[in-house]
Design a protein around this ligand. Structure first.
Ligand SMILES: Cc1ncc(COP(=O)(O)O)c(C=O)c1O
Length: 437
């Protein structure tokens, strides 16, 4: 019996089945103890960027480990944490000048929520305490992040523990109302936000959202137009905008950050996952000078942001993150994406004809394939676990994927090559046919 309790896993079933154990990685592949290699079709939970076992990233860690692996940022500084902060400010949207580190997407979100809350406490509007989020949002699993989440299967049970929040409709209506088109769904969401802000802006501190793609909600996409109009409403009503780019950041949507596609300059940006190229846990919450300066005061005024995690600014993580950013430059990672994205789009067109495919949503190299019953195109009963079964079947074709309920997610490393894209899509096609026929 294993002593390990796995994340997001029904342990009874898991412990009764055999599992693939990963012992190595090379490029876009995972090497398993069963001797097989598998294409890493979800970038090891949306983290890997330039491939596994990359010599440059390996060297960055090896060099650093001979100097020091960790020293605290509480009362000390270190050159790598400083250097990385400078680089992050340079590459993120204008105005984000300050970097607060932590170690996961959830903590990056907690920090943004707490800083946004404290900002209004410090600037004479203590009644601005409420947080707004989108339905079907996912911002992590710590309690603050769960409070601004909107995925019932993950979040509902924790309801009694959560701070109250306000939500607006998801701008992608596939799960709610398939008769609405994208434009109608976005308009409905924006109108609902406008109404909420008209009534309650004086009580609202911030709005948090995943720009362009609501990932864990099922790769629910929306247009840059929606994002820019939402940002404009936040500005008009003086609501702080937190963009959670934990999943979309570092090239996943085709640009370095999703916000670029709508030319939005948020008050906060949360980064994690791809920041270290998928090597080590590191996260950053960026904020503007308007926010940062509200906390500047003599120590005795009590304006300090009392928050910090033990491994904040870890030297190994910062070293590999810097090397990862340099790889974006050296390997022209972003400018190599358009042909990959177009090729993936082309391959997915064939899949669209499959009667079990209800919708395909793609933004850059983020894809969600919605599985439906072939007879009437309606959702499968929840307990049929159709998405799980398809992902299991796909493994026999040499590809590791992970579903979100009935949505098959493709999110390969940015280093994926065209033949590997073909392999991945063909494997999904076969998996659907084997399971659903
Ligand atoms: C948009 C978004 N925010 C936050 C998180 C939470 O990140 P972590 O699992 O590192 O806490 C995730 C994880 O998938 C995410 O997709």
């Amino acid at each position: 019996m294993s002593n390990l309790w796995y994340p997001f896993t029904a342990m009874q079933e898991w412990s009764q089945t055999s599992q693939i154990s990963i012992e190595g990685g090379q490029g876009n592949y995972l090497l398993a103890s069963n001797g097989k290699h598998y294409l890493d079709g979800v970038s090891s939970l949306w983290t890997n960027v330039h491939g596994h076992n990359h010599p440059v990233l390996n060297a960055a860690i090896k060099n650093q480990v001979d100097r020091i692996s960790h020293s605290t940022l509480l009362g000390l500084t270190n050159p790598l944490a400083e250097d990385l902060a400078k680089r992050l400010v340079e590459i993120t949207p204008q105005g984000l000048n300050h970097v607060f580190y932590s170690d996961s997407g959830s903590t990056a979100v907690e920090i943004a929520l707490k800083q946004a809350f404290q900002y209004w406490q410090l600037t004479g509007k203590p009644e601005k305490t409420r947080l707004v989020h989108l339905d079907e949002a996912y911002h992590g699993d710590t309690l603050g992040a769960v409070a601004v989440g909107g995925i019932d299967i993950f979040h509902e049970i924790f309801g009694p523990l959560l701070i109250p929040t306000d939500s607006i409709p998801c701008p992608n209506s596939f799960h709610r109302d398939r008769s609405a088109n994208q434009e109608q769904a976005e308009t409905q969401s924006l109108e609902s936000l406008q109404q909420l802000l008209k009534e309650s802006a004086s009580k609202i501190a911030a709005l948090i959202m995943e720009p362009l793609v609501q990932g864990a909600g099922g790769i629910l996409t929306h247009t840059p137009r929606y994002l820019s109009q939402l940002a404009a409403l936040c500005k008009e009503f003086d609501i702080l905008l937190i963009l959670d780019e934990v999943a979309t950041g570092f090239g996943r949507t085709g640009t370095l950050f999703a916000a670029e596609q709508a030319q939005v300059n948020p008050d906060f940006m949360c980064l994690a996952k791809g920041i270290t190229g998928g090597y080590l846990p590191l996260a950053a919450t960026l904020s503007t000078s308007r926010i940062y300066e509200a906390f500047l005061a003599p120590r005795e005024d009590g304006k300090t942001f009392f928050h910090g995690h033990t491994y904040t600014g870890n030297a190994l993580a910062c070293a590999v993150a810097i090397a990862n950013l340099e790889l974006f430059e050296q390997e022209s990672t972003i400018s190599k994406l358009p042909p990959k994205i177009a090729y993936l789009r082309g391959r997915l067109e064939t899949l669209r004809k499959n009667p079990n495919v209800g919708d395909i949503r793609q933004c850059g190299l983020m894809v969600g394939i919605e599985i439906v019953e072939r007879e009437n195109a309606s959702a499968y009963p929840t307990k049929s676990f159709i998405g799980d079964k398809i992902c299991q079947a796909v493994r026999a074709h040499g590809v590791i994927l992970r579903n979100l309920s009935d949505v098959i997610v493709l999110m390969p490393p940015l280093s994926i090559e065209l033949p590997e894209i073909a392999l991945m899509v063909d494997a999904v096609q076969s998996g659907i046919e084997e399971v659903c026929r």
